[in-house]
Design a protein around this ligand. Structure first.
Ligand code: ADP
Ligand code: AMP
Length: 210
């Protein structure tokens, strides 16, 4: 089974949702740069403050900042991992190559109208980072996390205007990584516009294939 995984795709494609499921199923640590950056903001750190203006504008946080955060989390993960939302630029992909070997990159593909709809209805748990959707997968109790009861949060960048900029940023800066990994023979394309269980099934098949 492939255990050193990268989840690549536009915002709202379902990377975080599936990373949670696959991470639990196979005991793979999930390393999500977006979550790490939001934690830095919540902790009022200098780095968080610097990153926030890029995130609120729907732009990428500079490579030096994100690479450093990634390196700190990746350090010591010998038995596999799911890197979610990284790399997002060619420079980050080169940095990741210098830091570790990747077995498979799963590219989550879905059309823009679906992405925007999912993003504006997304709610996240600020404690455990679980992902919900008010229409597709609502919490059992009114906007409270099923696991820990924390009040769910509507991310400040999960509004339509910023969502569209983030999707554009994906096409401008990140989409070229699809070719980058395809050429290396480690890319698997996932049809991410289908129900969650179907998407999970497709990922399980891809990472267990010879
Ligand atoms: P990403 O990490 O790629 O930005 P998320 O995993 O946070 O995306 O998912 C975005 C939103 O879409 C969340 O609200 C999530 O609950 C919902 N979602 C994820 N996968 C699906 C799916 N297959 N069908 C419908 N909604 C989904
Ligand atoms: P995400 O949680 O993956 O949707 O990321 C939220 C925001 O965090 C993005 O819009 C970027 O501003 C920033 N971010 C997360 N990961 C990266 C990355 N690998 N490179 C640059 N910026 C990132």
């Amino acid at each position: 089974m492939k255990r050193r995984l990268v989840f690549l795709g536009p915002p709202g494609a379902g990377k975080g949702t599936q990373a949670f499921i696959i991470s639990n199923k196979y005991s793979l640590p999930r390393i999500a740069t977006g979550d790490i950056l939001r934690e830095a903001i919540a902790n009022n750190s200098k780095l968080g403050l610097e990153a926030k203006r890029f995130m609120d504008a729907g732009l990428l946080v500079p490579d030096e900042i994100v690479n450093q955060l990634l390196k700190e989390r990746l350090h010591g993960e010998k038995n596999g991992f799911i890197v979610d939302g990284y790399p997002r630029t060619i420079e980050q992909a080169h940095f990741l190559d210098s830091a570790t070997k990747i077995d498979m990159v799963l590219y989550f593909d879905a059309p823009e109208d679906i992405l925007v709809r999912r993003i504006i209805n997304r709610r996240i748990c600020p404690v455990c980072n679980a992902v919900y959707n008010l229409t597709e997968s609502p919490p059992l109790r009114d906007e409270k996390c099923d696991r820990d009861g924390a009040q769910l949060v509507h991310r400040t960048d999960d509004v339509e205007e910023v969502a569209r900029i983030r999707i554009r940023t994906f096409w401008e800066k990140t989409a070229r990584l699809v070719d980058y990994y395809f050429e290396r023979g480690i890319l698997a394309k996932i049809a991410a516009d289908r129900p969650m269980e179907r998407v999970t099934q497709e990922i399980v098949e891809a990472i267990n294939a010879d």
